[in-house]
Write a protein that binds this ligand. Sequence first.
Ligand SMILES: [Zn+2]
Length: 460
Amino acid sequence: MNGRSVCGYDSGQEEGTLSPDVLVKREVRCPLCGKDFRHWSPRSGTYSLIRRDSDFCPHYHGTNPTLYQVYVCPGCNFAAYRPDFSNLEESSRAAIVSALGRVRHEGAVDFSQPERSLFAALRSFELARISAEARRSPPEVQASLIHRAAWICRYAEELGREVRYLGRARDLYQAAFDRGVARERQTNDLAVAYLVGELMLRTGRIPEAQPYLLLVANASDAKASLVRSAKDRLYDSKQAAQIQRLLETITLFHPIAHLVGLIAAHSERRSIGPGGILCRKGEPGLSMFVVAAGEAEVYLGDPADSDPVAIVGPGETLGEMSLFLAAPRSATILARPARTGPMAVALEIIEIPRTAFRNLLKLDAGVVAAISETIARRQRENAHWLEELEMAADTHGQLEIPLPVSQSPGGLQSLILPKVRRFFGLGADHEAAEAVADQGLDGADPPSLAPGPDAEELAT
Ligand SMILES: [Zn+2]
């Protein structure tokens, strides 16, 4: 991992300046302060759409036009989508000046530069949202701006921050849906309903997603592609609901019960035929497994010439330490081979990716101590955890555990806690800094866009 973050994109220019024939300029006059400036955007033909995510987030080859969607005045920072920029209502001038005045000192970005880094784009959507709120733009306009801020975080692979923005967009889309959506903007009610369901799902509010998705899936007057997406996501939400119910039974997740929906929404269900291999000893451990159905056999040696050391069944977990330590797999795990033909049962596994887990847990810094306590307790009870920890020590030479660890259980937790904290990038100072940064994103105050601590350095 290379420590990418939204904040890292301040230095986005390092990636090379765009040649002038990629960006085209448009002369614009700011309706708020009167300044003449240039808005740059990628010339059509310099990018092509690769795909869209289920919440319509586009991914492009070439220069991403999404980054250039809002006009920002480099003088006063008034910002809006192009059609809304020039038509400024006289009555909202004072409110906009006042709202922008409160955020001028934060996250300075020079918007006279032609090229927009991800950080500048994030800032542009924030400024447009602040402007839109001050001029009382409809909630679907504000939602769309915040939703795009979430996309920028997705481009930067900052899942924790993305989820915060998605949560705010979700609430605004819901407000738009509830009040019937402003018709004059030709916003489609069903598209908004779909986005409420979609963002409910992406933010871990799985049961609440389903009525919205169901509404769209059953709508006779919706676009066929929208109905298809709603049906797909309804299916995903049912899977996620099952995963959530299973994860809720797992002790490890009890301290983070409020995040289990979110973890479920970012986990995957896999099926492995009898005798199939789930993971091999020594492979990098990039995820944790929960057995949903069937049985897994755990081998410390070669499965061809040794016996399994454990049989793991539904509701049990495997590879927990992989969520916290950059440790290789300590065992080879197979789906239990069928004893007879008709008895063949596939191993159903819920896989929780480490990156998603870590990013989501950064939403709640206070939870780390509780989690590491659970880990330490589980570790004392569970030999294969110990094995993984020893293997991590062998590989990285970082833990230096005086073995046998099992004889000093109190000492074990004191070894794990700092490790887990470091994994989340949480020193005592970091924790305080993150709490401050997060207030800006959650509260009524304008977001600070201040950098959060970057835990990527621990991933190897
Ligand atoms: Zn201006």
